[in-house]
Write a protein that binds this ligand. Structure first.
Ligand code: ADP
Length: 749
């Protein structure tokens, strides 16, 4: 069994080939030894970290325990930007013995002279041309700094990201409010959710409403599936998945059929609990029969996924990539990717799955939280060795073996943009429900953690997206038997402080305002330049580690944003009352205003369609509190309507054609009848809905209904279909169709 599209060498790299996000390998992995890493320059583990709870037994440590460490030293001015080296040999130099030294600017290969201050910070003597100081020069910067009030950041709810956040704020010379502030802050940093503090009415919060929900494994799978239905080739980076328990039968049938057709196939599957993280509850199976326990238990929602059994190995070990992605805004969509990420290694040499090794978690799961418990885990102060390394060091290694790392990066960017595009529709619904237009509220941004696996053929595969990626920059170390201490982790600090600091720089309210006066291409350039106005008092900040990829690549990806257009319709008929479900009235109004009903497709039929789809989704989302039609159900209804109306076209074209019909109708009404989209009289709807309830089970599963000829009016659906789970992934659906060749005939109108 193959990952859908495995082996299909679609040259997406061509699309964005001009851009490689990673610093050129020799520079980014230039001779940075432990003593030269920013963390190491600042402090060495035991002398510089003061932990309030210095020693504690592991059992007492909660996952999200608030970080109690404080750091004493100041932050080097050039943190993360410049590494000391001997200009000729490229070897690190001993700072203490070299007051004046050659400095290499990471990522540029440029050398400049500098000297070490007594506090260990390195200051440039002659800034190179591409390191500017302040807005124009140092004097101007000082003036600006004096004029400007520092940006204020409420860190009260920051939780485990606190340490990296504090460092970032200090580097930017902004003002931190560790216990909150009576008046409003510019930025609120939440550790968990948008709702960590519900009293914010202005400023910017680092979480989107609904992101946690959307990134649960089932919802992510559903969102990607919708896109797979429309764009199977483009979304083949996500392993084939089934949602349990509702798709258990489908899963078993498909697997047995695949095995029957090719007896040599012995695929492996990975089972992941819906809300799980850090590898909790994950296990591998080779036979669907092993799922029986879960299938019988309705509260164990999980995703079963094809196991990628040929990952790329380094030193015989499986590893994955954690990449940080900033969603800066939903409307307009703005996405940034961190140029540096982490590679997390397994601690037991990899072997392809067999019945014998299925339970070897240190061989199959790359989670840091699991592998750190293995005796083989290597904590390293180097960024390019050990069980957790920088991604650039891995790329460097691959490049040295002749791998086209530009293509790898470009495929990764593409995966990230497409995934975010899949998530945006539902996020917009959450956003409007929590912050309806006209209601005072903050704007949102969020750093996401993308977990990506490289297959042996270098194709990136999306494993999951974390709404709350760990931003810890220290790790626990057992200092004596049973006694643990937090010590700095240079590799985490190298990556994460940059991500937080540059996110803040991008969210600087003054920056945002001043940037808007520049054309878009210049904004991009300015944000990417080494120093922004926020580098107060002439302080030199490292070049941006976050790189804009959207809207930069709008042209290449905007054709994928079809579901967002359906969402715009959904939101329009939902109204702005803070709910997320469309009632029958709203649905009828949508049909009526878009002129989708006629004598062949009556409003009574519309009601039946509404009830059928809504009921089935309600049974699939057992914990949903709100009644009505959610976005996913609406999208299903829309696909169905499109299929009926534009029968002979591929699904994507059917959907686009229907969108054009709807948008044109609404535009006409917008011109002539501004109130056209208001819900109609609810009593009439209620009447027809209850009418249709007198015929339970007589609705047809939309996917099994036929479509009418292009341009023809919608005709009444056939009745009496079983309410089967809808929209298994597009490939599931196609297989399903193949399995039941007569089915389509049965439902043809
Ligand atoms: P969690 O949120 O619990 O970390 P993940 O989806 O990230 O769950 O899976 C945990 C680990 O399992 C991943 O880091 C990866 O090493 C491995 N893994 C997950 N999905 C697959 C897959 N489809 N194929 C191969 N390995 C996988």
């Amino acid at each position: 069994m193959h990952l859908k599209g495995e082996g299909v060498e679609k040259e997406e790299a061509d699309i964005i080939k001009d851009e490689v996000l990673v610093a050129s390998p020799p520079a980014s992995v230039s001779p940075i030894l432990a003593s030269d890493t920013p963390a190491a320059q600042r402090e060495t583990p035991k002398t510089s970290v003061t932990c309030r709870n210095q020693s504690k037994s592991r059992s007492k440590l909660g996952k999200d325990e608030k970080n109690t460490c404080t750091k004493q030293d100041s932050v080097p001015a050039l943190q993360g930007t410049i590494v000391a080296s001997n200009a000729n040999s490229g070897k690190p130099v001993n700072r203490k013995n070299n007051e004046q030294q050659m400095l290499q600017i990471k990522g540029t290969g440029k050398i400049l002279q500098g000297k070490t201050e007594t506090n260990g910070n390195t200051v440039p003597i002659h800034p190179p041309e591409d390191i500017k100081v302040g807005p124009h020069n140092k004097e101007d910067a000082n003036k600006v700094a004096k004029r400007r009030k520092p940006v204020t950041v409420d860190t009260f709810k920051a939780k485990t990201s606190l340490e990296a956040l504090k460092l970032s704020i200090r580097q930017l010379k902004w003002k931190e409010f560790p216990v909150g502030r009576r008046s409003a802050c510019d930025i609120y940093w939440h550790g968990v959710s948008f709702h960590d503090n519900d009293n914010i009415i202005s400023g910017q919060v680092n979480k989107f409403p609904g992101m946690i929900e959307m990134l649960r494994k089932i919802n992510l799978t559903r969102a990607v599936r919708t896109m797979q239905e429309l764009f199977p080739e483009e979304y083949n980076f996500y392993p084939r998945s089934w949602i349990l328990p509702e798709e258990y039968q489908l899963f078993s049938t498909q697997i047995s059929l695949a095995k029957d057709s090719d007896v040599s196939q012995k695929p492996t599957f990975i089972i992941k609990p819906d809300g799980g993280s850090q590898g909790d509850g994950i296990y591998l199976i080779r036979d669907p029969g092993d799922l029986r326990v879960i299938a019988g238990s309705h509260n164990k929602q999980s995703v079963v996924q094809e196991y990628i059994h040929k990952p790329l190995l380094i030193d015989k070990l499986k590893f994955d990539i954690r990449l940080y992605v900033l969603v800066k805004s939903l409307e307009p969509l703005e996405i940034y990717i961190a140029k540096e990420g982490l590679s997390r290694f397994c601690t037991e040499p990899y072997q392809e799955p067999s019945q014998k090794n299925l339970s070897h978690v240190f061989m199959h799961l790359t989670n840091y939280s699991l592998n750190v418990q293995s005796g083989n885990f290597v904590h390293s102060d180097s960024l390019s060795s050990g069980s957790k390394r920088t991604f650039s060091s891995v790329l460097y290694r691959l490049a040295s073996k002749g791998v086209d790392i530009k293509k790898v990066w470009s495929d990764i960017i593409s995966l990230v943009i497409k995934t975010v595009i899949a998530l945006v529709p539902e996020l917009k619904v959450y956003y409007q429900a929590d912050i309806p237009p006209g209601k005072p509220g903050p704007t949102c941004f969020q750093i996401l953690g993308f977990d990506i696996l490289l297959m042996k053929n270098l194709k990136p595969v999306l494993l999951e997206v974390n709404a709350n990626p760990s931003m810890r920059i220290e790790h626990e170390q057992e200092v004596s038997p049973g006694v643990f201490e937090y010590v700095p982790s240079p590799v985490d600090e190298e990556v994460k402080v940059g991500v937080i600091r540059d996110t803040l720089r991008l969210m600087d309210p003054a920056q945002r305002k001043s940037l808007t006066s520049y054309p878009e291409h210049q904004q991009e350039e300015m944000l990417g330049s080494p120093v922004r106005g926020t580098g107060e008092e002439g302080r030199v900040l490292p070049s941006m580690c976050l790189k804009q990829v959207f809207p930069k690549y709008t042209k290449q990806f905007s054709y994928l944003r079809i579901v967002e257009r359906i969402t715009a319709l959904f939101l329009r008929f939902l109204g702005v009352k803070g709910n997320m479900r469309l009632g029958p009235t709203g649905f009828r109004t949508f049909i009526r205003n878009c002129k989708l009903s006629n004598s062949h497709f009556s409003m009574a039929t519309v009601d039946i369609l509404y009830i059928d789809i809504t009921r089935r989704w309600a049974s699939m989302l057992p914990d949903s509190r709100e009644a009505g039609m959610g976005l996913q159900a609406f999208v299903e209804a829309f696909f169905y309507l499109a299929q009926r109306r534009f029968k002979s076209l591929p699904l994507r074209e059917q959907v686009v054609s229907l969108l054009e019909v709807c948008e044109a109708q609404l535009e006409n009404q917008g011109r002539g009848d501004p109130g056209g989209a208001l819900p109609e009289d609810s009593t009439s709807t209620r009447r027809s809905v209850s009418c249709s309830r007198t015929q339970p089970g007589r609705t047809q599963h939309p996917h099994h209904m036929s479509t009418s000829a292009p341009g023809q009016a919608l005709s009444a659906p056939q009745l009496c279909s079983p309410a089967t789970p809808r929209r298994a992934s597009s490939q599931d659906y196609r297989l399903h169709q193949r399995l039941r060749p007569t089915h389509k005939g049965n439902v043809e109108n």
